[in-house]
Design a protein around this ligand. Structure first.
Ligand code: BGC
Length: 244
C-alpha cells in the first residue's frame, strides 16, 4: 500500500510516500525546517504544506518526539511544552482532512528496523536507539513493540542520559568522539543491565559516522549501526498508519 510517512524532529520535518510492502520510498524525501519554538499551530502549518506537496488525501502516519498514548502527547522534552496533553492524532486529522496516526518517533524508526532492516527476524529483546537532539528508544520483544519506553530519560550523573549521550549533548559539551562514546557506552551498559538485550541498533544521523566512533565503544552488548538511517522514521510512520 502507498502511505505517507512523516517524521517530526527537533530540526526538520521529513516526509515521503512509502511502499509499505517493500519499506521503500516511492518519492523523493521532502524536508522542511521545524519552526522555532515548535508550537502546535506552527508545526501544523508545515504538516499542511507537506500534505499539499504530495497532493495527499489518504492515510498518514507520523512520528512525534515525545510519549504518545492513545493519540495524546504525554511528554515534551524536545518540543514546545504547549503540546502536553494535546490529542495530536485528532488535531492533525481534523485540520488536514486526512486520517492521521501518530506515535513516538523512536518506536516508529525501530518498527522500520525490525520490519525491513537489521532487526528483521531477531527474536528475544531488541532495543533501537535514536541518537539526535534527543535520545529515543524503542524496545521489541520477538519483533513486537513495547511502546513509549523513554530510556534516554533514565537518571545519570544527577541528570539524564539524554544530556550526555545524545548528539546534541556531544556538540554542546564539545566532546571528542572518544569522550562521547564513553557516555554512550555507559548508557548501553545500563540498558544491558536492565534488559540483557540480544541486539541494540543505533539510529539517527550520527549513526552514519559509526566507522569514526564505533571503535571507542566499551561494551559487551551486541551493538551496531542501524541501516535505513534517515529513512527509518518515515518508513515506520507509514507502517503505523497501515496497521490503523
Ligand atoms: C523524547 C523521546 C524521543 C526522543 C527522540 C526524547 O527527548 O523524550 O520521546 O523519542 O527524544 O526524538
Amino acid at each position: 500500500m502507498e502511505i505517507i510517512g512523516i517524521d517530526i524532529g527537533a530540526t526538520g520535518i521529513k516526509a515521503a510516500i512509502v511502499d509499505t510492502e517493500k519499506g521503500e520510498f516511492l518519492t523523493e524525501r521532502k524536508k522542511l525546517d521545524t519552526p522555532i519554538g515548535g508550537k502546535p499551530k506552527d508545526i501544523l502549518k508545515v504538516i499542511k504544506r507537506l500534505v499539499d506537496h504530495f497532493e495527499w488525501k489518504g492515510k498518514i502516519g507520523c512520528g512525534f518526539p515525545g510519549i504518545i498514548k492513545d493519540g495524546v502527547v504525554k511528554s515534551t522534552a524536545n518540543i514546545s511544552k504547549t503540546w502536553m496533553n494535546m490529542p495530536v492524532s485528532e488535531y492533525f486529522s481534523k485540520e488536514t482532512g486526512c486520517s492521521f496516526s501518530v506515535a513516538n518517533d523512536a518506536d516508529l524508526a525501530g518498527l522500520a528496523a525490525v520490519s525491513f532492516g537489521k532487526g528483521k527476524g531477531v527474536m528475544g529483546t531488541l532495543i533501537f536507539i535514536t541518537i539526535g537532539t534527543g535520545l529515543g528508544s524503542g524496545i521489541f520483544l520477538d519483533g513486537k513493540l513495547v511502546p513509549n519506553t523513554e530510556m534516554g530519560h533514565l537518571y545519570y550523573k544527577k541528570s539524564v542520559f539524554e544530556h550526555y549521550a545524545s548528539n546534541s549533548a556531544r556538540k554542546k559539551k564539545e566532546m571528542s568522539w572518544a569522550v562521547w562514546a564513553k557516555e554512550l557506552s555507559a548508557f548501553l551498559n545500563h540498558l544491558d543491565l536492565l534488559f540483557s538485550p540480544n541486539m541494540i541498533l543505533l539510529g539517527g544521523g550520527v549513526s552514519k559516522k559509526f566507522d569514526e566512533w564505533g571503535k571507542y565503544l566499551d561494551t559487551s552488548v551486541n551493538v551496531s549501526a542501524a541501516d535505513l538511517q534517515n529513512d527509518a522514521g518515515i518508513i515506520g510512520a507509514a507502517m503505523l498508519a497501515l496497521k490503523s
